[in-house]
Design a protein around this ligand. Structure first.
Ligand code: E4P
Length: 220
């Protein structure tokens, strides 16, 4: 399962890139705007921060077919790592089909149901992004929606990859992996939480105190 960071914060992206734990990033207009940075400058910094093998999801802000095409082509032309996020609306899916045929990878975003996901796959989307946390927020079962999408895609052998988005906890990441998603995109803090276990801390503390008590010298 690939792990993306869901962030436009350069410090966070840089830290996880240095740890070697991420396969790419997702951004959206909200995440980009909270940085307070000029969008072109922000994109440039993101490109410089991530290595050549990473995937960088950037989102259009247009909602009509013609402008979605213009914005998607412009984003895609910036860098070969770009996957273009387009909202799950009729004009967006129409654009997805055309852009996919041009070789541009599309991530259909703001997906909340298996039926929407079915249309995304038929439109040739590279990623489909069900927003699990936002479904949970309104007392629906976001994980169940993802499980159904995974099952449907498997049944029909769709190539579209399922990207578990709107992560709200480290538990979401565990459940996503068990459900067989292709990718999760998570805020920085939950990826860092994945490293944590009290027995790791306790075990390391004991190893080091035992070593120090023995008074041995290490090899270097
Ligand atoms: C990812 O592509 C989405 O933009 C993101 O996961 C949305 O998450 P949120 O519901 O926390 O805003």
């Amino acid at each position: 399962m690939k792990i993306f960071i869901d962030s436009a914060n350069i410090d966070e992206i840089k830290k996880l890139e240095e740890l070697g734990v991420i396969d790419g990033i997702t951004t959206n207009p909200t995440l980009a705007s909270v940085t307070g940075k000029n969008f072109k400058e922000l994109i440039k910094e993101i490109f410089e921060t991530l290595s050549s093998d990473k995937i960088i999801n950037l989102e259009v802000i247009a909602t009509d077919y013609d402008n979605i095409l213009i914005q998607a082509r412009a984003l895609s032309a910036l860098d070969k790592r770009v996957v273009v996020k387009i909202p799950c609306i009729p004009e967006g899916l129409k654009a997805c089909k055309v852009l996919t045929a041009e070789g541009i990878r599309i991530n259909i975003t703001l997906v909340f149901s298996p039926l929407q996901a079915l249309l995304c796959a038929n439109a040739g989307a590279f990623f489909v992004s069900p927003f699990v946390g936002r479904l949970d927020d309104i007392s629906m079962d976001g994980v169940e929606v993802v499980k159904e999408i995974v099952e449907i895609y498997k049944k029909y052998n769709y190539k579209t990859q399922v990207l578990f988005a709107s992560v709200r906890s480290v538990e979401h990441i565990r459940v996503a992996a068990l459900a067989g998603v292709d990718v999760i995109t998570s805020p920085y803090e939950f990826i860092m939480d994945m490293y944590k276990h009290p027995l790791t801390d306790k075990g390391l503390e004991k190893f080091l105190s035992d070593w120090n008590n023995a008074g041995e010298e290490f090899i270097v």
